[in-house]
Design a protein around this ligand. Sequence first.
Ligand SMILES: Nc1nc2c(ncn2[C@@H]2O[C@H](COP(=O)(O)OP(=O)(O)OP(=O)(O)O)[C@@H](O)[C@H]2O)c(=O)[nH]1
Ligand SMILES: [Mg+2]
Length: 393
Amino acid sequence: MSNKKSKRSLDFAFIGLGEGGGRIAGAFNRLKYTAGAINTAQGDLAGLRLPPSAKLHIPIGAGGAGQDPTQGRRAVLEHEDRVRAFVQALTLTADQVMLCVGGGGGTGTGAVGEVVRICRELKRPVGVIYTLPRTIEGTAVKANALQALGSLYQLAEMGAISPLVVVDNERIGALFPNLRLGQFWPKANLHLAGLFDAFNKLSTQKSQFLSALDGADYLRLLKAGKCAALGYAEITDLKAASALARALADAVHGGLLANGFDLGTASAVGIAIVGSANTLTYLPAGYLETAIKLVKETVGGGYTFTGVYADSTVHRKLKLYTFFAGLDLPMARVGELAQETQVEVGQLQEKLTARTAAPLAGLLGDGLALPTLERGCGAGATIADNVFAQWAQ
Ligand SMILES: Nc1nc2c(ncn2[C@@H]2O[C@H](COP(=O)(O)OP(=O)(O)OP(=O)(O)O)[C@@H](O)[C@H]2O)c(=O)[nH]1
Ligand SMILES: [Mg+2]
């Protein structure tokens, strides 16, 4: 289980499904994790910096799933033997598989349920990193993403996947407002990979300060089920007791990579605080206690794992990492997205009824046609429909 070479608690294999998922898996590969990508579109795979043996093309139709999850799912079913062999080979030595999916497209969103099933048949523990779309994205993307989130949450509640790490691209957009377009996804994906990696690395380290979050604690966070959310903040004002607490509050609320969670539903939370040995030596113990108390109050009952670690590369600041686990769905954000989707569906419907359908259908093409919104993602669509229906009236 221990990965001595890279000093990490667990040996993960990341498998990206679809374009965004492939890029996220690619970011983990840059951190020296085993990673691979599966896609219906050859062009997306070609753009990834992964060895050819870590890419699997599952062609369907005219060269992609065209934002239709039923196509993504079909592609896996049609190439199931190749997908199984690919996943098996890539995950031979892994303690845990993480599937990475940009939610809302056709390939990743449609494929994920079937690839989870294949991982489980291969007896691989499996979790999912799943992104929610931005407000500016299309109606079909949002509706697909919500439906698939509902299905994944159902799997997470049953304990079939853990963790289900939810990442909100709207929040990521707010974290990197000034990046040039070409830099946006690479930076965002590396940031996400770095936060996920932090707990895996830190949990192998001893702490001479206060306490350490160890490998067993880390495993408990990963196995807590339901949803997980990662957060990060830095504190540069080390003089005031309240500054650390405030920075932690930042990591808890503003610094989370996801939005709309009720953090009171978390069943476990990990907090890792990293600074130079010098900074930590002179930090009054009361500062830390105030900060940790704040997180405990936010979470209410549940496991709290705290680790304080010295790192000689961190100067004149503290880095704060949080990992909330066992969370309910981020209903506030789900509600927002569902509402936006409903308004847009209404507008589209008006357009469709205001004009004669025939020329319009030609203009829209299959991929954007309204029925796409009603297509589920295969197994588990009931809960998905419920989640969606709850907000969609
Ligand atoms: N965090 C993150 N999100 C991404 C990235 N690329 C795309 N996304 C998100 O993922 C969603 C789905 O897009 P894709 O990943 O291209 O979809 P796909 O699975 O390839 O599906 P099709 O293109 O329809 O076959 C987008 O709407 C974005 O919100 C990325 O590099 N990082
Ligand atoms: Mg794509």
